[in-house]
Design a binder for this molecule. Structure first.
Ligand code: ADP
Ligand code: MG
Length: 245
């Protein structure tokens, strides 16, 4: 590895405690994690184990109570304001949610242009063309001018992936992206992630579905706020499938 090498994600002793009227609850109890560029990670664990909380530490949507999170060499919390973090997020991360979270009053192409507008990335005139190109990449070229409600759930999630790619971020983060999809649509969403993984994106995906983990290069298991298992897959050349070693 060259001297410029740095991990995509480093978490050190990350603790997250929620405080509210009911008292305190520690959702992450000291997470240490290192993810290299190009890895395709699945995170599994029971409901309430801390998966979403962990992702929110990576995206900067929430902040740790203790510990350090470094993404692409940048400590995203120490000495960083909320608005700086939000700007950083817009330029460096693509986020995919379980319920797509497309803007209902915007067409698909407008939805995909939005992150470029917000991050002020790419020339103004270039944005529509780039958005259409991304929608074509995910198989939605025929639907660019449709409102989200007029396409299927699977197609909405494909559009959300196109939107996540809008600013060409090195890192894609997805929280149960197939959780609301039938298995055929889930399969095509996994195809899209695999394609992005082959193109060199780093992907961190939380999933409820253990069968999806065999399509990722590494699986982390979280239980009660701690990482309890970390297994890597070798690509089985004969079958073109990944095998957990
Ligand atoms: P998962 O995504 O694995 O289902 P979460 O990360 O959403 O789990 O939640 C982990 C634990 O933290 C759960 O017990 C949940 O109730 C608690 N939790 C999550 N967010 C909050 C919050 N904002 N306030 C209090 N408790 C929370
Ligand atoms: Mg969750």
């Amino acid at each position: 590895m060259d001297s410029n090498h740095r991990p995509m994600i480093e978490m050190q002793e990350v603790v997250k405690t929620f405080k509210n009227a009911a008292g305190e609850f520690t959702a992450l109890r000291g997470v240490n994690l290192c993810i290299e560029p190009g890895e395709f990670i699945s995170i599994v664990g029971k409901s309430g184990s801390g998966k979403s909380t962990l992702l929110n530490m990576i995206t900067g949507i929430d902040h740790p109570s203790k510990g350090q999170v470094v993404i692409g060499g940048k400590d995203i919390y120490t000495g960083v304001t909320e608005s700086q973090r939000s700007r950083w997020r817009g330029r460096n991360l693509g986020i995919v949610f379980q319920f797509f979270q497309l803007m209902p009053m915007l067409t698909l192409v407008e939805n995909v242009m939005l992150p470029m507008d917000l991050a002020e990335m790419y020339d103004f005139d270039e944005r529509p063309e780039r958005a259409r190109g991304l929608l074509t990449l995910v198989g939605l070229e025929k639907y660019v001018n449709k409102l989200p409600v007029l396409v299927s759930a699977g197609q909405q999630q494909s559009a959300a992936i196109a939107r996540a790619l809008a600013c060409d971020p090195p890192l894609l983060v997805a929280d149960e992206p197939t959780g609301n999809l039938d298995s055929k649509s889930a399969n095509s969403i996994m195809d899209l992630f695999e394609e992005q993984s082959r193109r060199g994106k780093t992907i961190v995906m939380v999933t409820h579905d253990p069968s999806l983990t065999e399509r990722t290069s590494r699986t982390l298991v979280i239980s009660d706020g701690l990482l309890v298992k970390d297994s890597r897959a070798d690509l089985d050349q004969d079958k073109g499938k990944r095998k957990v070693s």
